[in-house]
Design a protein around this ligand. Structure first.
Ligand SMILES: *Cc1c(COP(=O)(O)O)cnc(C)c1O
Length: 352
């Protein structure tokens, strides 16, 4: 450390991203990317004229992408704010609405804690129940901001829209942030509730269901006054947060509903197969509506399993957090990748 670093941030523990190997030597099932290519229309608008336009800053209002997202969800454009990945939308939420503190589950997306520390937001981690479901009682009438991933990160477990509405309705005096990074893989989005409640922010991403993790595009949808608050933070940080290339690619992707539906269907059916095969091998698997499953071997500990799979060319994710360190998190890939994974697991179970 330099000795110049902010004293206030002395205790900051940064987020640790999953491995991104430099060469494609692994079957990569560790960071919940989509195994299928982005929409073939994604690059439609990117020609020579477009590239010459890169000398100009991107549109600070991000109007075209905003409109495309608004149209997809049937909400007014002024209720949508595109961001540089949904991580940025989440960060802006902590900055804008964190004054009275925040609550989120003890097992969830690791970035919430990091954002809370970065922006000086006091936080409480509410333990999930023993079966890793969200204990609803802890999220009613909280008096502080509520942050929930739905489906939840690391577990894949989904809360019904009715449960989400109960949480939002009971917290009229504070903001509820629902991170829907995985909602397209089987859950029902809470976006519609943003028309009814003025304290709900729904955050989504193009990284998972739309195969654009590398483009870094996410967005928030909320009541227009909440969006105005978030815009205030954005314009105090980086008004050009979504670059021209990424905005154009995202517009192409969100308009291609047919290809989107095809990819989602494939991932859902591969997920069902993966869960079935893991069950056959005696694994404990949490019920997931996301594009990953958290699974525990009947005899190999989580870290060892991660290492064994890595040695055989397959990357999955292992978390050292006490509650889930017996598990590995496996992204749902293609059927071929899943076959290779199952084969590697069979070998591991029979030899270790
Ligand atoms: C992947 C993920 C994100 C971040 O997505 P980006 O849009 O790529 O920044 C946010 N929340 C959860 C729960 C995620 O799993």
């Amino acid at each position: 450390m330099s000795g110049f670093f902010s004293e206030r941030l002395n205790g900051l523990c940064p987020y640790v991203p999953g491995e991104q190997p430099k060469r494609g030597e692994y079957i990569k099932l560790n960071t919940n990317e989509n195994p299928y290519y982005p929409s073939r229309y994604a690059a439609d608008g990117i020609d020579g004229v477009f590239l010459r336009g890169l000398r100009l800053y991107s549109d600070p209002d991000c109007e075209e992408l905003r409109g495309a997202i608004a149209e997809y969800y049937g909400v007014p454009s002024r209720c949508v704010m595109p961001t540089n990945g949904s991580d940025e939308a989440l960060a802006f939420c902590f900055a804008a609405f964190g004054d009275r503190g925040a609550v989120f589950p003890d097992v969830t997306y690791g970035f919430y804690k990091v954002f809370a520390e970065l922006f000086g937001v006091p936080y409480t981690e509410l333990p999930l129940r023993a079966d890793f479901t969200v204990d609803m009682d802890g999220y009613l009438n909280v008096g502080r901001a509520v942050v929930l991933a739905n489906p939840n990160a690391q577990t894949g477990i989904y809360l019904s829209l009715d449960d989400i509405e109960r949480i939002v309705a009971s917290n009229a005096d504070n903001v509820v942030i629902i991170d829907e990074a995985y909602i397209d893989f089987g859950g029902q989005s809470a976006v519609g509730l943003t028309r009814k409640y003025n304290n709900l922010v729904v955050v989504q991403t193009f990284s998972k269901s739309r195969s654009l993790a590398g483009a870094r595009v996410g967005f928030a949808i909320a009541d227009e006054e909440l969006i105005a608050d978030l815009q205030r933070i954005r314009f105090s940080f980086n008004p050009y947060n979504v670059n021209r290339v990424s905005a154009a690619v995202a517009v192409g992707a969100i308009r291609d509903r047919r290809y989107f539906a095809e990819c989602i269907d494939k991932i859902k059916s591969t997920r069902a197969r993966l869960v079935g095969e893991l069950g056959r091998l005696g694994y404990a698997v949490l019920p997931s509506l996301a594009n990953f499953v958290l699974a525990k071997s009947p005899k190999i500990n989580g870290k060892k399993l991660y290492e064994t799979l890595k040695a055989s060319g397959i990357l999955v994710r292992h978390f050292s957090d006490a509650r889930i360190n017996g598990f590995v998190r496996i992204t749902v890939g293609t059927d071929e990748q899943t076959d290779a994974l199952i084969k590697a697991l069979e070998i591991a179970e029979n030899t270790l």
